[in-house]
Design a protein around this ligand. Structure first.
Ligand code: GUN
Ligand code: ZN
Length: 448
């Protein structure tokens, strides 16, 4: 790949923790990218004159704002078409909205179409890395990984397993879960930008034997990730306590199998105990905060301050389809709202904190902190160019922003996927054919 030299206004937020993140805003910066890696970052006037820039193709991006690609730490592949199921708490929503749709993934062709929709949805929203909650069918996961590989995105995902509490057609058994998971991991883990994540759905849907099988798979697949749900909804938490009477708490149902490490990402954690927070912090595990889902399903207001004060690492997840779309700008704004609504118990978030959550914090949760999350020298060029249409409210207010922090706040408040102009992963432009939607346009009147 030849070198590329980008001239841009760049915002990133490499330093945390959330609550103390600092915005790094560079108005006229040069980013020299070779083989997908940023080899030089500095004032345009300097970088553009350096000998190393001589052979580079110049891209002038000054009509937008360049951010690091977003990192979504919790998004469900088989729930793209379930987005918008409003009005139900978690367990009813699963029964009526999510699980009937997930059962359709038994059909490989159906799963293939949804996989395309997922990678397209992620890239269109500016998401370049994601920890994706998979499907219950190994064939669906095979086609999903194939699609993810073709997309060029950085995807970590795995077969979702459960052996009780769901629909019969989604249940499996511990031996099959292990065998199918291992076969998928052998085929896809470490291939290109893909990695495998061991994924029991949640303790409500898994026996101890199933969690033991997950632990076996996690230790047998070198470098595999672990993800699941925890402490989302009060009825769910009470049910898990009943199902596991000898567990100290919800976290312990996973922890006593050795599933909680620095390679674990636990979604939600809206209702944690102090003891769970202390053990999460000690383990180095991360929590995927999913604010639109928490609001939509009425799960509650995420105790961000308690997490941060306990030393628990927090990142952002869209939780599609409990969440309301792929945009991490929207998740950032909703994360801000939730903390405002908590009053004194909330953690006031700046726009720099929101950017940090959506990028650097996510990269750390996924073990990619040395690779992506900010646009420093040595990092991969994973980036999103936000460029609001002329005459849009966002474009207008950006022109009147007081400073960079203010402009960034406006991006989170008003930005949508419609403002995503270009997306790169490792220097590859995703606007090339790979991610253009294959779905033909259908008049809305033909839809129900
Ligand atoms: N807990 C178990 N499964 C799910 C799911 O699909 N979505 C959410 N939000 N929580 C869950
Ligand atoms: Zn989820």
């Amino acid at each position: 790949m030849s070198a590329a030299l980008y001239r841009a206004r760049v915002f990133d937020a490499p330093t945390g923790p959330v609550g103390e993140a600092a915005l790094r805003a560079s108005d006229d910066v040069g980013l020299l990218v070779r083989d997908g890696i940023i080899t030089r970052r500095g004032p345009w006037a300097e970088v553009s004159r350096e000998p190393g820039s001589r052979d580079a193709v110049v891209h002038d991006l000054r009509d937008g704002i360049l951010l690091p690609g977003f990192v979504d730490t919790h998004v469900h592949f088989p729930q793209v078409r379930a987005i918008g199921g409003l009005g139900r708490p978690l367990l009813e929503w699963l029964d009526t909205c999510a699980l009937p749709e997930e059962a359709r993934m038994a059909d490989r062709a159906y799963a293939s179409a949804v996989a395309q929709e997922l990678v397209h949805g992620l890239a269109s929203a500016g998401t370049t890395s994601a920890l994706v909650f998979g499907a219950h069918f190994s064939d669906a996961m095979d086609v999903f990984f194939e699609t993810a590989a073709g997309s060029g995105l950085r995807i970590t995902a795995g077969l979702v397993v459960g052996d009780r509490g769901l629909r019969d057609d989604l249940h499996t058994d511990p031996a099959t879960a292990y065998a199918e998971g291992l076969a998928l991991a052998q085929r896809w883990h470490g291939r290109g930008r893909l990695r495998y994540a061991v994924t029991p759905r949640f303790s409500l849907a898994t026996s101890d034997e199933m969690l033991a099988s997950s632990a076996g798979l996690l230790s047998d697949v070198d470098g595999a990730w672990f993800t699941t749900h925890i402490n989302e909804n009060t009825r769910e938490v009470a049910t898990v306590a009943r199902l596991f009477p000898d567990a100290r708490d919800y976290l312990d149902t996973y922890d006593r199998h050795g599933l909680i490490t620095e390679r674990s990402v636990l979604a939600h954690d809206v209702q944690p105990t102090d003891g769970e927070l202390a053990r999460l912090a000690a383990s180095g595990a991360s929590v995927a905060h999913c604010p639109t889902s928490n609001a939509s399903l009425g799960s509650g207001l995420f105790p961000m301050r308690r997490h941060v004060e306990a030393g628990v690492h927090v990142a952002l997840g869209s939780d599609v389809g409990g969440g309301t779309g792929f945009s991490l700008l929207k998740e950032g704004l909703q994360a801000y709202f939730a903390q405002q609504l908590l009053g004194d118990a909330g953690l006031p978030l700046t726009s720099a904190d929101l950017l940090h959550l959506a990028t650097t914090a996510g990269a750390r949760a996924l073990g990619l902190a040395e690779v992506v999350g900010h646009l420093s020298e040595g990092m991969a060029y994973d980036a999103v160019l936000l460029r609001p249409p002329a005459g849009s409210t966002l474009e207008t207010v950006l022109r009147h922003a007081n400073d960079a922090e203010d402009a960034l706040a406006k991006l989170f408040v008003l930005g949508t996927p419609a403002d995503v102009d270009r997306v790169w992963v490792a220097g590859e432009d995703m606007n090339d054919t790979r991610l253009t939607s294959t779905t033909p346009k259908v008049p809305l009147t033909t839809l129900h």
